[in-house]
Design a protein around this ligand. Structure first.
Ligand SMILES: [Ca+2]
Length: 213
């Protein structure tokens, strides 16, 4: 067995250290104190390493602004530049709507933490479902209706691969089947409680509600 660690092992070791938060306190940012970092690990489903990694990216957008005001809110364009995962997300508009605490399509660092916490693999299904409900309730009437589901399917299938685009008639059929299977009341839509039950039955749904940090 070699005593040398090759570059792929090194990457693995660094990755494990980062995932477990060992590399946590190695770097500091203005305003993000050790106490606050502790609080965030309690209030979110993220570990210290993940929180610091997100701060590193957030801070890099404009260090002067974050230094001057820890609660600085970066607009959508700035956030998209630093966080690629949002760039191609078919629900980008909804994520900026639901996770912006000021409803201004901008994110403070804490808004960003809320988003990544919801998208974390550590986030329980119940909590993910509650966020997903708000994201998928496209017309914000407090119900997931056939119309919402039809557009959700549209967005999921339309984005990059045109060949996977579903025709309107089949889309309607899928939406109808989903709605029927969910055994709704006669309103043809569902509230949060029903939605959570449905989510718990569809593992693919939960797995797709995930961001790699
Ligand atoms: Ca709705």
């Amino acid at each position: 067995m070699s005593v040398f660690v090759d570059s792929s092992d090194k990457r693995l070791i660094l990755y494990c250290a980062w995932k477990t938060g060992i590399m946590g306190g190695s770097q500091s940012y203005p305003g993000l104190t050790e106490d606050l970092l502790e609080d965030y690990t309690v209030l979110t489903y993220l570990n210290k390493g993940e929180i610091l990694h997100l701060m590193k990216k957030f801070y890099s957008i404009d260090p002067d602004k974050v230094t001057a005001n820890y609660n600085h809110r970066f607009g959508k364009d700035d956030i998209l530049k630093a966080f690629d995962v949002l760039r191609t997300n078919p629900f980008q508009d909804r994520l900026f709507r639901v996770f912006s605490s000021q409803n201004d399509e901008s994110f403070s660092f804490e808004d960003l933490l809320d988003l990544y916490s919801a998208m974390s693999s550590e986030c329980p299904m119940e909590v993910k479902a509650a966020w997903a409900f708000r994201i998928f309730d496209l017309d914000e009437d407090g119900q997931i209706s056939a119309r919402d589901i039809s557009e959700i399917i549209d967005r999921l299938t339309d984005s990059e691969h045109k060949s996977h685009y579903i025709e309107l008639s089949s889309k309607k059929k899928i939406a109808d089947v989903i709605l029927k299977e969910m055994q709704f009341d006669h309103t043809g839509s569902m509230g949060l409680v029903e939605f959570k039950i449905v989510m718990s039955r569809i593992p693919e749904f939960q797995n797709s509600f995930y961001f790699r940090i």
